[in-house]
Design a protein around this ligand. Structure first.
Ligand SMILES: [Zn+2]
Length: 408
């Protein structure tokens, strides 16, 4: 059993944290460090997007009608447009904003957006967007240290065409996941919610074998591999969870909202109960991504009940904008500070990182401030809670190296 030691949080945030002074009300969290527990890579041409492509990053819809005619009337878009335009010094209109982005070099755009936001580290699922920048190129652009999160379905999809049966796929899949851990992956992630939903039957080898054959046939007919057979996905998920248990590696689950592929009815994290109650998997920290939105209270309940369950609020930040305040308040009704993680789910464009940071820090400050005003927390307790949720919990949970020399 290769259990890695958990680092302390010493060394993190140095250079940023000392600048944080406790102030009189309201609590100002803007100078605090951040660790992004869940994000993705950037599009190669992220500065050159047209209207539909750019607006597509402000909605979970891919329908052009929705993007062009309705997204511009959303509060998310209005808040984002106002903030981004002020940053570029352009008119708060889509054509002016696109033009300002287009004439800015990629590295300069990232500096403009991210400097001063406090990002120290980011956990990246590079399986999305499909033709996104490889991790090394992304690292060269970003001011934070990047760590890889391995999307297990992407690993299986790459291996499927090279295998001759379920057993061969499982062998190659296990080897690939173990190699990824050795190479420094800090977590696994599953998007089974998108493909089969979270309400899964117990894995069955005979059903998985039949499903494997159907997947091979479907791949031969369509010329592409897109795993969606629940029995096959369930048996691979179980295998990945067991490997995570061997290494004490955290496991992220997509829960709650997502794009049009998703049957939201099946993305309620309460469906994970059999996994959460399995004694063989009790050592696997489970991270419920996206605050399970709209199943936010369900996610908070699970984090308050199961010692291994954590909740990140990526995608909710930045998509819920001012709605982040009631979302964080709902999570905190039950979930301890030690169980919540900041995340952005930034994908394709770097603007998500700015919006998630700004709006999360503001919302969290406002929520904590209410507890200070009512005498529930001292100012220093509220500050400690903010540090936990914005970076410390992630540094400990994902065992991120804390010495400055470990950063690249
Ligand atoms: Zn994501």
């Amino acid at each position: 059993m290769a259990v890695r030691s958990r680092p302390t949080t010493r060394g993190w945030g140095c250079g940023v944290a000392p600048a944080f002074q406790l102030r009189s009300m309201p609590l100002d969290l803007s100078p605090l460090p951040l660790i992004d527990a869940h994000c993705h890579s950037l599009l190669r041409d992220f500065t050159q997007l047209d209207e539909a492509a750019f607006l597509g990053h402000f909605s979970e819809s891919s329908d052009p009608q929705q993007l062009l005619h309705h997204v511009p009337h959303s509060l998310f878009w209005h808040g984002a447009q106002r903030l981004l335009s002020s940053l570029h010094g352009c008119a708060p209109e889509l054509p002016a904003l696109l033009e300002a982005r287009r004439k800015t070099a990629p590295a300069e755009l990232i500096t403009r957006l991210l400097s001063g936001q406090g990002y120290q580290a980011m956990l990246v699922d590079r399986a999305y967007p499909p033709h996104g920048l490889p991790l090394e190129e992304l690292q060269a652009l970003l001011p934070a240290r990047l760590y890889e999160v391995v999307r297990i379905e992407a690993v299986a999809e790459e291996l499927l065409p090279q295998t001759s049966g379920l057993r061969a796929l499982q062998r190659a899949f296990g080897e690939a996941l173990r190699r990824a851990v050795e190479a420094g992956a800090v977590a696994f992630k599953s998007i089974i919610a998108y493909r089969a939903g979270l309400r899964l039957d117990a894995p069955s080898e005979s059903k998985a074998r039949a499903a494997y054959k159907r997947e091979i046939e479907a791949a031969e007919q369509s010329g592409r591999v897109r795993l969606q057979e629940a029995p096959l996905l369930a048996i691979l998920l179980r295998q990945a969870l067991e490997i995570a248990a061997e290494h004490g590696l955290p496991f992220q689950f997509h829960t709650g909202f997502g794009d049009q592929d998703l049957d939201l009815r099946l993305a309620d994290p309460l469906h994970l109960r059999p996994i959460l109650r399995d004694p063989g998997l009790a050592g696997v920290p489970i991270v419920l991504l996206h605050a399970g939105y709209p199943y936010v209270r369900q996610a908070g309940y699970l984090a308050s009940t199961y010692p291994q369950v954590y909740v990140d609020w990526s995608l909710a930040a930045p998509f819920l904008h001012l709605g982040l305040e009631p979302l964080l308040a709902s999570l905190l009704e039950l979930a301890p500070f030690s169980k919540l993680l900041f995340g952005s789910d930034a994908h394709g464009i770097p603007e998500h990182w700015l919006l998630a940071a700004r709006w999360s820090k503001r919302a969290l400050g406002q929520v904590l401030n209410r507890y200070v005003e009512r005498g529930w927390l001292s100012t220093s307790q509220a500050s400690d809670a903010a540090h936990l949720m914005l970076w410390k919990n992630a540094a400990i949970l994902f065992r991120l190296p804390s010495s400055p020399s470990a950063r690249g």
